[in-house]
Design a protein around this ligand. Structure first.
Ligand SMILES: Nc1ncnc2c1ncn2[C@@H]1O[C@H](COP(=O)(O)OP(=O)(O)OP(=O)(O)O)[C@@H](O)[C@H]1O
Ligand SMILES: [Mg+2]
Length: 289
């Protein structure tokens, strides 16, 4: 069995038309048990499609996708390369326009970038001329708020991601994993309620990736944020998530949902349990791996 963080490679989907039909006719995937009827969903995606118009013509990247996430949930999306995961994350983040459908975050429609969303991409893209502390404060400055109101929080986040000693270091003095942790701290500085992560550990080696999964779990548990996490790694998705949503190949639609009920906190011992292996194996079979 591959360790958490080992690259699952290109996923080839082996889902029958019946699976697709049952998922589509069910309309939307409901949230987990964490939410109550009175609570507004952290994220609601309702019939969202994205059609790219290029010189080569129109391309439907995301086709009539619906899902819900309750506050505090950790939901992963797994799907073959090119199925539209990043596109969907882009429209949820308000960075790309949807061609149809509705998206709301905590009950408010998304029509552009929002203060209550933090985004982490697979490269930290830190500004090389700013030290770690100043990089973490970038969203504060973008929101035209005062640094001094956030410096204490920046130091708390540095502690959370294990970089207390590195506040004054510059990005080129950090390893890839450390840079990614700065990226996570930067995404959390303005205290967003929803964290969107697009393959945040993709550029890391397998061991660093495994450690980052453990750290992300700690951060999520300590902060109570809702996290939408895109990954190609089935073990990583199972390890971290409350639910895993599986997308079909292009154009992307959600075709399966797997609830992960492994007890928390999950540890490296969790990865050796039969239950964990069975969950990974079950999802792997859906992709014919
Ligand atoms: N800016 C764009 N213009 C035109 N087509 C695009 C654009 N961005 C993505 N696409 C197309 O939309 C589809 C979905 O792309 P997307 O990047 O969302 O896939 P993905 O699931 O994130 O893939 P990967 O797992 O490889 O990151 C692909 O067919 C891609 O070629
Ligand atoms: Mg992508």
């Amino acid at each position: 069995m591959k360790a958490v963080g080992a690259t699952a490679g290109k996923l080839k989907l082996a889902i029958s038309n019946d699976d697709v039909r049952s998922a589509v006719t069910s309309g939307a995937f409901p949230g987990g048990e964490a939410g109550s009827a009175a609570q507004k969903p952290a994220l609601s995606v309702d019939g969202v499609s994205v059609i790219y118009k290029t010189a080569r013509g129109s391309h439907t990247a995301v086709d009539n996708v619906s899902m819900k996430m309750e506050p505090g949930e950790f939901v992963s999306i797994l799907g073959p390369s090119g199925c539209g995961k990043s596109t969907l994350l882009g429209v949820v983040a308000g960075l790309l326009p949807a061609s149809g459908g509705n998206i709301s975050v905590f009950g408010e429609a998304v029509s552009g970038p929002r203060k209550d969303i933090g985004v982490v991409f697979h490269q930290a893209t830190l500004l090389p001329w700013l030290n770690v502390l100043d990089n973490i404060l970038i969203p504060v400055r973008a929101l035209r708020r005062k640094d001094r109101d956030y410096e204490k929080r920046a130091h708390e986040l540095l502690e959370l991601v294990g970089l207390t000693k590195f506040a004054k270091y510059f990005p080129n003095e950090l390893s890839g994993g450390m840079q990614q942790r700065v990226g996570i701290a930067r995404a959390l500085i303005h205290d967003p309620s929803l964290l969107l992560m697009d393959e945040p550990f993709a550029a890391l080696d397998a061991m660093t990736r495994e450690r980052m999964s453990l750290e992300l779990q700690d951060i999520w548990r300590a902060s109570g944020k809702s996290v939408l996490f895109i990954t190609h790694s089935i073990p990583e998705a199972v390890f971290l998530s409350s639910r895993v949503l599986i997308m079909s190949s292009s154009p992307g639609r959600f075709v399966k949902e797997v609830t992960i009920e492994l007890p928390r906190p999950r540890t490296t011992d969790t990865m050796s349990t039969g239950e964990y292996a069975a969950l990974c194996g079950g999802i792997r079979k859906m992709f014919d791996l």
